[in-house]
Design a protein around this ligand. Structure first.
Ligand SMILES: [Zn+2]
Length: 624
């Protein structure tokens, strides 16, 4: 366990509207005094996965900071002295506080005489709740997203006996955890900058006195899916090869999940083979086997039936389908082998003039959204409060022309946010169709945001890219999405440790200031090495986010752009000096270890440039 001293200032949080029950007065309560526990954690009569995790997390973090292990009791058992009540119980109701009045994902941190209440709606395992099924954007089932971890091992206490717990499902209510994590950040100044113990800020102290007013709020963005395992090179190094259980716990600490929604391809080889296999509506031509005849009335009927069965909880949602909560998803396969029948071709012909010169266009929008509308109109008759979800992607990114999309069609524009800092034309094209959806859509909007460029291409093609750090630009995009009423985001691709953390904080509260979050990170994480490490990061961001540094033909060979336009010899030498400076300043094992993890980014760049230059020497084709 790494402990460090709290060195930097306290982050100011914006506080949501306090509910009518909330007391306005400031209260103080001692949790620990001289390294000894001064209060008891109280679980509800009936534990939920969220209240159990909240209790373990609170107990662990307080012990890690102070050495004091808070005792745990159950509501109804006699307790001496101060209490922290976790989750809805008779004890909270005796104080007039219950989850009944809380909205979805809303949570409460309340201070009372000798008591703190951490409360939110929690999912409970019952015969009824287990009937819900779904597949998330990333393919998690609801039950598969209730990960089981060995808690003590996951937090780095290997010598404790095995403690297997089921984490609250990513897409299950877990308001008591939200309250507890907010409490640990806001009042105890804990920070989770990554999933490994070395990534966590735990201010060491022998007294823990908390002071504050009641808070009741919920995360700003309602669906938050950026469940990265740390598998891409930068986070793998910065997270020090965190285990999957550590990543799963980290997703809860960052409050990922939220309301149930899913968006991804639903008609593809597996579903065409196993579900949509009626010969009458198979696509004519080379699309056969992956695409369908989207103008065929029988396909509409069968799709409607599948959606109705899902909403009616009849069970048997086919694997490969995407649907969660109030949303049943329809997205065609990821190829342009559209059906060659006359009906399909005549609709497709309408989009011929809608090319944009960019990946996202409206060439197939009339064709695709006509099918989505037909299904949606039928669903509206039987399930007026449910939605057909789809993506606004690729050649069906723009809204259709000549007809409106139904008011129960929930669209998720797919946006190239990872180009926004460097590619003004692509940004303009994205903005055009995004704003058209914001303006015309009558159902909740979601977004799929890319963070894959240029790393994904580099990984696939076996070269190394210049780091695409662009936290300010990404932050601005996220703030805009939330302000525009986007209900949820799926993030595709992995940023680095810091950008990931900052964006997740903004998903929860978009009023936070990016530079304050970054300053706090560098001063608390790198301490005496904060200045050179901040310069290292900000220098890379400045280069990657400067459109004038890129050649005119931006879509050209990306490896060349990386090492001739961005990561030049001089740039790398300067970055290396900053890392050396940080290494010289680091005076504790913890800071030395964190600088070492970040050195992985520099090593990647040095190796990438070397590899590129070697390629030029040996492969004459690569010079062109
Ligand atoms: Zn057809």
């Amino acid at each position: 366990m790494q402990r460090i001293h709290w060195v930097s200032g306290i982050l100011t949080f914006s506080v949501g509207t306090s509910c009518a029950r909330a007391e306005k007065n400031t209260h103080r309560m001692e949790l620990v005094k001289d390294g000894k526990p001064r209060c008891t954690l109280v679980l509800p009569e009936t534990e939920t996965p969220a209240s159990r995790l909240a209790c373990l997390e609170l107990q662990y973090h307080v012990e890690a900071m102070t050495g004091a292990r808070l005792p745990v009791k159950r509501s109804g058992e006699p307790v001496q002295g101060a209490r922290i009540l976790l989750g809805d119980s008779q004890a909270t109701r005796a104080l007039g506080l219950s989850v009944v009045d809380l909205g979805p994902q809303e949570y409460l941190i309340a201070f009372r005489e000798d008591a703190i209440v951490l409360l939110g709606k929690d999912w409970q395992r019952t015969g009824q709740t287990l009937k819900d099924e779904g597949y998330s954007t990333g393919g998690h089932t609801l039950s598969g997203a209730r990960h089981v971890i060995d808690y003590w091992k996951t937090v780095g206490l290997e010598d404790r006996p095995e403690e297997l717990i089921e984490l609250p499902g990513l897409f299950d209510e877990q308001g008591t955890c939200y309250a507890t994590y907010d409490f640990l950040e806001r009042f105890c100044h804990v920070r989770w900058y990554g999933p490994q113990p070395v990534n966590v800020i735990l201010p060491s102290r022998s007294d823990l006195l908390v002071e504050g007013k009641d808070i009741s709020r919920s995360p700003a963005l309602k669906h938050r899916d950026a469940c990265f395992g740390g598998g891409w090179p930068f986070m793998r190094s910065q997270w020090n090869q965190a285990s999957s259980q550590q990543a799963q716990l980290y997703w809860r600490r960052l409050r990922l999940g939220g309301i149930r929604w899913a968006g991804n391809h639903t008609f593809h080889r597996a579903t065409v083979k196993n579900t949509f296999n009626n010969p009458v509506y198979q696509a004519k031509g080379p699309g056969q086997g992956s695409q369908l005849c989207y103008t065929h009335p029988v396909l509409v009927q069968e799709t409607v039936q599948l959606a109705r069965d899902f909403f009616d909880r009849k069970g048997g949602l086919p694997e490969g389908q995407r649907a969660m909560g109030d949303y049943f998803t329809l997205v065609p396969d990821d190829n342009a082998n559209w059906c060659l029948c006359e009906r399909c071709q005549s609709l497709l012909a309408k989009g011929k003039g809608r090319k944009t010169g960019f990946f996202s266009s409206g060439e197939v929008s009339d064709y695709w959204f006509r099918f989505v509308n037909e299904v949606a109109r039928e669903i509206k008759k039987s399930h007026p409060d449910k939605y057909i979800a789809t993506l606004a992607y690729w050649c069906y990114a723009f809204p259709p022309t000549g007809f409106e999309v139904e008011d129960n069609v929930s669209v998720a524009p797919c946006l190239h946010t990872c180009y926004y800092a460097s590619h003004p034309e692509m940004t303009r094209n994205d903005r055009e169709f995004y704003e058209a959806w914001v303006e015309t859509s009558r159902a909740p909007l979601f977004a799929w945001v890319y963070y894959h460029h240029p790393m994904e291409a580099a990984l696939i093609q076996g070269w190394k890219c210049f780091p695409n750090f662009m936290v300010h630009e990404s932050a601005q995009a996220m703030k805009t999405f939330i302000k525009d009423g986007i209900q949820g985001i799926f993030m595709c691709g992995e940023p680095d440790q810091l950008e990931y953390y900052v964006l997740m904080k903004l998903w929860d509260d978009p009023t936070l200031d990016v530079d304050s979050l970054m300053d706090e990170f560098f001063s608390s994480y790198f301490q005496e090495a904060a200045l050179p490490m901040a310069s290292f990061y900000r220098s890379i961001e400045k280069i990657a986010s400067d459109p004038s540094r890129y050649p005119e033909s931006y879509m050209g060979p990306k490896e060349q752009i990386a090492w001739e336009y961005l990561g030049t010899n001089k740039v790398l030498k300067d970055l290396e000096k900053l890392i050396h400076k940080a290494e010289a300043k680091a005076s504790t094992d913890t800071v030395r270890e964190r600088v070492r993890q970040w050195r992985g980014i520099l090593d990647w760049m040095i190796e990438g440039r070397k590899q590129y230059l070697n390629g030029l020497d040996t492969d004459p084709d690569r010079k062109s």
